[in-house]
Design a protein around this ligand. Structure first.
Ligand SMILES: [Zn+2]
Length: 89
């Protein structure tokens, strides 16, 4: 990669495949078909409630703020709210 000049990386006439070939043809280059990606989190209200139920009763009680427990998924930022009853309190 150190042999690549910055201008080559943004050269519209130099395709990614061509650049790969220039750099790595001695090792052999294979280009796979692109695979579409999709951001998706596996969290769910049920899974969050199960996670909550694994905490000790006292810990769950301390999580109650203004009459409810609010859990925010750190991966997708979904917010789940539970009443103390739903959290088994
Ligand atoms: Zn999530």
């Amino acid at each position: 990669m150190s042999t690549v000049e910055d201008v080559e990386l943004i050269d519209p006439d130099l395709s990614g495949e061509r650049l790969l070939y220039r750099l790595f043809h001695e090792r052999g280059v294979r280009v796979f078909s692109p695979v579409p990606l999709r951001a998706q989190c596996s969290c769910s209200r049920h899974a969050v409630n199960s996670m909550l139920s694994s905490f000790a009763m006292q810990d769950r009680a301390e999580m109650v703020k203004e009459g409810k427990i609010v859990v925010t998924c750190e991966f997708c930022s979904s917010v789940y709210e539970f009443t103390p009853e739903e959290a088994g309190l």
